[in-house]
Design a protein around this ligand. Structure first.
Ligand code: FAD
Ligand code: SIN
Length: 548
C-alpha cells in the first residue's frame, strides 16, 4: 500500500484526538517506533518541548554493536554482563546483542551518516568496559545524526501527526475511568496532555500507547541530561499501576565538562577510549591506583574513583588529557567537543579538560518484558524509561541507543500481532480533564524552591556514595515534600513546572526507597555501611512497589 496516497491521520473530535497508536516521546526510541507503526496505522507522536530536543540528540560516543570481523556476540554479551555486575538478564542481553547488528544496519540504510574508515566500512571507536572496538559513531555527535535522519522521515510520513510542546500528564486506564470487566485486565486507553502553547488539556486516545519519555537525570543537580529528563514516564506508569525496577542504579558519567558556563556538557567516553588519560591538577594519573583497566574501567568504577580523589584532595575537578594525540587526530575525532571547549576558552589540543562526574543515565525503569509489554494491557515502554534487564547494576557504554532501536522493533512486532484483532473500544469517548475547583498558583516560589531542594539533597545524600544515615535523611525529606507537592497539585491550576516537580519528587522517592532496600554495594549503588557485594542475598532486581 502506498501510504502517501492513503494517509491515515489521527482524528480530531473537539478536546479529543483518536488514533491507532500513541507514542509519548520523540527521542531515538519514540521516533524509530513511530516510523515503524506508521506502516500499520495512524500515529500521534507527542514531545514535551521542541521535537528536536531529547537525550538522544546529545549522544556523542555512538552505538555498540558487533560489526567488526574480529568481534563476536559472546564478547559483547560478556562485556555487558561484566559491567552490569551480576544483574543483567541473560535472555535480554542475548536478544539485544544478537539483534543489534541488524538495528545498526537499518540505520545505515535509512541514511545515518556514520563515520567511515578510508577503506569504506564504519569506523569503530572504543569505550570503557568494551573488550573490542565496537562503537559505530558519527564523529562525536552520533545522536544528532541519528535524530536528524529519523526525524526527517517521521516529518514526511503522512500517517504521523506530531504534537510538540505537549506534556503528557497522566495515563488514562480503563480502571481509572471506571471500566471494570471481570475478564478484562486494566488497560491503557491514552493520556491527558497539557498543550503548553495554548495552556489547555487535551485527551489523546489510542488503541496502543507507548511510553518513550527517556530518563530522569534532572532529579540531580549536576547532570549531563537536558531539561526534559524529569522521569515523567516512570512517574506516570507507576501512578497508573505498573511496577518499576532497579531505580537505585543511577549512572554517573565520569567526565562532564567542569565550567561555570557549561550547563550539562559531556566529554565523551570515546576521548578516553582513544587514549585520553585522567589526571589530578599536579599531573598524577590516579586511575592506576583504582583499576587495572585504568581509564577504560567500567563507568561506575571511574566515577567513584574521581569522587574519591576529589574528596581526598579537596579539589573541584580532575582533568582529562588527550593532548598526546595531536591536533589532527583531535579535530578529526572530536570536532564538536573541541569547538565547545574552545568557545569556553579551553583548547583541548594543548591543555587538559576540567571534568567532574554527573548524573547521566537511569538504569532502572518500568518493568518491561522482551516483547515491550508492561503490567498494563496495551501499554508499552521503550528506551531509557524502561527496565528490560539489559543494563543490570551498571550500563555498558553505548548500549542505550542500541536498546532503543532493538526494542522499537520488538514493540512494533508485538503491536502488529495484537492489532490484527478487531477492536473499537478506543473510539468510545473518554471524559475530559477535570480541573474543577482548582485556582491559579500564586506562590511559584514554592515550586522552584522544592525543585532545588530535591535536586540538592539527591546529589548530596543519594549520589555516587551513599550511607544508611544519608538515605534515611533523604527519605524523611522526600516524604514531607511529596505531601506538600500533592496538596499543591490537587488545588492549583497545573503548569509544566508543577507537573515536572510532582514527577521528579515521585522518581526521587522511588530511587531512595530502592537504595534503602538494597543492603549491599553493587555496580552503581555504593553504600558505605554495606560496602561489599553480597550475591547470597542480593543478586536480584529491586522491584517496586514493595513494602519496606
Ligand atoms: P530521549 O532521547 O530522552 O527522548 C525522550 C523524549 O520524551 C523527548 O522527546 C521528550 O520531549 C519526551 N518526553 C519526556 N517527557 C514527556 C512528557 N511528559 N510528555 C511528552 N513528551 C515527553 N547512549 C548511547 O548508547 N550512546 C551514546 O553515545 C550516548 N551518549 C549520551 C550523551 C549524553 C549527553 C546523554 C545525556 C546521553 C547519552 N546516551 C548515550 C544515553 C542515550 O542518549 C539515552 O539513553 C537515549 O537517547 C534515550 O533515548 P529515549 O528515546 O529513550 O529518550
Ligand atoms: C559517551 O559518549 O561517553 C556517552 C556514551 C554513553 O552514555 O553510552
Amino acid at each position: 500500500m502506498n501510504m502517501a496516497e492513503t494517509p491515515n491521520k489521527p482524528k480530531h473530535y473537539g478536546y479529543r484526538v483518536v488514533s491507532d497508536f500513541l507514542v509519548i516521546g520523540g527521542g531515538a526510541a519514540g521516533l524509530d517506533l513511530s516510523l515503524r507503526l506508521a506502516e500499520l496505522g495512524s500515529v500521534q507522536l507527542i514531545t514535551k518541548t521542541d521535537v528536536q530536543e531529547s537525550n538522544s540528540r546529545y549522544a556523542q560516543g555512538g552505538i555498540a554493536a558487533v560489526l567488526d570481523a574480529e568481534d563476536r556476540f559472546e564478547l559483547h554479551i560478556e562485556d555487558t554482563h561484566r559491567a552490569g555486575a551480576g544483574l543483567c538478564h541473560q535472555d535480554t542481553v542475548q536478544f539485544v546483542v544478537e539483534n543489534g547488528t541488524r538495528a545498526v544496519n537499518r540505520l545505515i540504510q535509512l541514511g545515518v551518516p556514520f563515520t567511515r574508515t578510508p577503506e569504506g566500512p564504519c569506523h569503530l571507536t572504543r569505550e570503557g568496559g568494551h573488550s573490542n572496538r565496537r562503537v559505530v559513531h558519527s564523529a562525536d555527535a552520533t545522536g544528532q545524526a541519528v535524530i536528524q535522519t529519523l526525524l526527517a522521515k517521521v516529518q514526511q510520513h503522512p500517517n504521523i501527526e506530531i504534537y510538540q510542546n505537549h506534556l503528557a500528564i497522566d495515563l488514562i486506564t480503563s480502571h481509572k475511568v471506571g471500566r471494570f470487566a471481570p475478564d478484562h485486565p486494566n488497560r491503557c486507553l491514552g493520556c491527558y496532555t497539557l498543550d503548553l502553547e495554548n495552556d489547555t488539556v487535551i485527551t489523546q486516545q489510542a488503541r496502543f500507547t507507548t511510553l518513550a519519555t527517556g530518563g530522569a537525570g534532572k532529579v540531580y543537580l549536576y547532570t549531563s541530561n537536558p531539561d526534559i529528563a524529569t522521569g515523567d514516564g516512570i512517574a506516570m506508569a507507576y501512578r497508573a499501576g505498573c511496577r518499576v525496577a532497579n531505580m537505585e542504579f543511577i549512572q554517573f558519567h565520569p567526565t562532564c565538562l567542569y565550567h561555570p558556563k557549561a550547563k550539562s556538557f559531556l566529554i565523551s567516553e570515546a576521548v578516553r577510549g582513544e587514549g585520553g588519560i585522567l589526571v589530578l591538577a599536579d599531573g598524577d594519573r590516579f586511575m592506576e591506583r583504582h583499576h587495572p583497566r585504568r581509564e577504560l574501567a567500567p563507568r561506575d568504577i571511574v566515577a567513584r574513583a574521581i569522587d574519591f580523589e576529589l574528596k581526598r584532595t579537596g579539589n573541584d575537578c580532575v582533568f582529562l588529557d588527550i593532548t598526546a594525540k595531536g591536533e589532527h587526530f583531535i579535530l578529526e575525532h572530536f570536532p564538536n567537543i573541541h569547538a565547545k571547549c574552545l568557545e569556553l576558552g579551553i583548547d583541548m589540543v594543548r591543555e587538559p579538560i576540567p571534568v567532574v562526574p554527573a548524573a547521566h543515565y537511569t538504569c532502572g525503569g518500568i518493568l518491561t518484558k522482551l516483547d515491550g509489554t508492561t503490567d498494563i494491557a496495551n501499554l508499552f515502554a521503550l528506551g531509557e524509561v524502561s527496565h528490560t534487564g539489559l543494563h543490570g547494576a551498571n550500563r555498558l557504554a553505548s548500549n542505550s541507543l542500541l536498546e532503543c532501536l532493538v526494542f522499537a522493533e520488538a514493540v512494533e512486532q508485538t503491536i502488529r500481532k495484537l492489532s490484527a484483532e478487531e477492536d473499537t473500544s478506543h473510539c468510545i469517548p473518554l471524559p475530559p480533564w477535570d480541573d474543577f475547583d482548582t485556582h491559579p498558583c500564586d506562590e511559584a516560589v514554592l515550586i522552584s524552591h522544592n525543585w532545588d531542594e530535591i535536586r540538592r539533597f539527591m546529589s548530596h545524600y543519594v549520589g555516587i556514595v551513599r550511607s544508611d544515615s544519608r538515605l534515611a535523611r533523604a527519605r524523611r525529606r522526600i516524604e514531607l515534600l511529596q505531601q506538600e507537592i500533592n496538596e499543591y497539585y490537587w488545588n492549583c491550576r497545573i503548569s509544566r513546572d508543577l507537573l515536572e516537580l510532582r514527577n521528579i519528587a515521585l522518581v526521587a522517592s522511588l530511587i531512595i526507597r530502592s537504595a534503602i532496600h538494597r543492603k549491599e554495594s553493587r555496580g552503581l549503588h555504593y553504600n558505605s555501611n554495606h560496602s561489599e557485594r553480597d550475591d547470597t542475598l542480593w543478586a536480584k532486581d529491586t522491584v517496586l512497589p514493595i513494602h519496606i
